[in-house]
Design a protein around this ligand. Structure first.
Ligand SMILES: [Zn+2]
Length: 277
């Protein structure tokens, strides 16, 4: 199996504040949580290899997407490092045979999912595909699914893990913490979380034959409620987008890869709409 790992940081054990995971915050705890992030990835890799995974491609998927401590990674792991990728958190996954979501978090608006957001919190108030409110996990899983790649494992808080399993019931979950609102967690110790992830990763690879690619039925309709009205003004300029409400835009296509790129274009342009002039 060629395994793909998309790793975010909000769902890492103990994480409950942006100050832990934003390198640019003065006096942040980023250096410490960057290490915990890396150690959770190492646990997932160790479990995957114990379960029989072969080649591993890791996509660093948090913030500037340059977080993982590269020389801690074992031999034989390739890394996608850096931001502005067309397919963002699932870039270059086309040739993989299964995927892990490590350190994932809940969708914007989700109660009891610490640091919940969907891609760009300053722009995306809610994202829906075919009427389903989507998290990053759902949006990313559907692109993987279009490429025939099933999601095998998700790690994060209970809300995030169980939310994904409602839509993708074959996904093995590793719950490392319980969220108490948006900025507090009741968490496992980092080493205990890593043990849970390692065991779940091994199980996920062994059960890979039961997992299915997740796809949306066509035509695929993306609707985005944005945070500010001028963001809808800007996004509606993108060919194919229609303004259907005061702060709501719509994009319809049969190819989910096109829908996903439209979504990425929308949140990038939306961010430019409200950037300081
Ligand atoms: Zn993140």
């Amino acid at each position: 199996m060629n395994l793909y790992i998309s790793a975010d940081m909000e769902g890492v054990a103990g994480v409950c504040s942006w100050h832990q995971i934003n390198a640019r915050t003065p006096n942040s705890d980023y250096a410490l949580y960057r290490r915990f992030f890396t150690e959770e990835i190492l646990a997932a890799i160790a479990g995957a290899r114990a379960g029989g995974a072969g080649d591993i491609l890791l996509n660093d998927s948090h913030g500037p997407m340059r977080n993982v401590i590269l020389d801690d990674l074992p031999d034989g792991v390739r890394v996608i490092f850096g931001n502005r990728k067309p397919f963002s958190m699932v870039q270059d996954a086309e040739r993989s045979s299964g995927a892990f979501f490590v350190g994932y978090h809940g969708a914007v608006g989700e109660p009891n999912a610490a640091l919940c957001h969907t891609y760009t919190p300053s722009v995306i108030y809610e994202a829906r595909v075919n009427g389903i409110v989507c998290s990053e996990a759902t949006l990313n899983a559907a692109l993987l699914g279009q490429w025939g790649v099933p999601v095998l494992l998700i790690t994060g808080d209970r809300t995030t893990v169980e939310g994904v399993q409602q839509t993708l019931p074959w996904v093995v979950g590793a719950v490392v913490k319980e969220s108490i609102g948006q900025s507090c967690v009741n968490s496992l110790h980092p080493r205990a979380a890593q043990a849970v992830i390692q065991e779940a990763a091994s199980q996920a690879v062994r059960l890979a034959a039961h997992a299915k690619p997740f796809v949306f039925t066509v035509p695929i309709e993306l609707q985005i409620d944005v945070a500010a009205v001028e963001q809808a003004d800007f996004i509606a300029l993108i060919p194919g987008f229609a303004r259907i409400g005061r702060r709501t835009v719509r994009f319809i296509h049969d190819d989910y890869a096109v829908v996903f790129k439209a979504f990425v274009a929308a949140f990038r342009l939306g961010a430019a709409a409200t950037a300081p002039g």
